[in-house]
Design a protein around this ligand. Structure first.
Ligand code: SF4
Length: 188
């Protein structure tokens, strides 16, 4: 199983309960600035090292992400709040690339830390990912843990392991807006 990781704290509780050892795929085209991307990737690598998991890094294609986000919205992206149509476009972009990567590398299934984000539309994320999986002949996996519980466990494990916890969702439009709980979670 390929697990899309956009931040380490959300990955921790999922790795802990996963029925099989996942391969991590860090994909953070949405992240801004590049220094924040580097911080989150370093944290994900630390998690992989701790659990003895393989980790791959997707391309940091923030410009392509931005072009896509703008193409999907009738108004400037900065005029949308968190968990809006802008975020749905962001989910699509990231999930599509994850499914493509999983299929190209011969994985039979994929999952995403996005699926336990307590400040995002998890139903939308899962529905879209399921459709992608079907299209690619893959299985999309979810986890038997609620967003609130995953958030709490992610906080605990991050603290215990000294893992970096970000303060905002990830893109430039969320920078400086502290969503509740984002101090430890992700984002999405
Ligand atoms: S706030 Fe988070 S989910 Fe929404 S567009 Fe920005 S990075 Fe993506």
């Amino acid at each position: 199983m390929l697990l899309n990781v956009c931040c380490a704290p959300c990955a921790l509780p999922l790795i802990e309960i996963a029925a099989e050892k996942p391969t991590l795929y860090f994909y953070g085209a949405n992240l801004y600035p590049a220094e924040e991307y580097a911080r989150r990737f370093a944290a994900a690598k630390e998690v992989a090292r701790h659990y003895g998991l393989a980790i791959y890094e997707g391309p940091y294609e923030h410009d392509a992400w931005l072009v896509y986000i703008r193409s999907q919205l009738p108004k400037p992206p900065e005029s949308y709040g968190e968990n809006s149509e802008r975020c749905q476009a962001c989910f699509r972009f990231r999930l599509e690339r994850t499914a493509d990567y999983a299929a190209a590398k011969g994985f039979s299934s994929f999952a995403a830390t996005l699926s336990v984000s307590s400040h995002k539309d998890v139903a939308y994320i899962n529905e879209y990912a399921q459709a992608l999986a079907k299209r690619q002949g893959l299985e999309y996996k979810t986890f038997p843990i609620g967003a609130a519980e995953a958030h709490q466990r992610g906080r605990e494990l991050s603290k215990e392991l000294g893992i970096y916890r970000q303060k905002y969702c990830g893109c430039e439009f969320s920078l400086g807006t502290s969503s509740k709980g984002q101090g430890s979670r992700k984002v999405l």
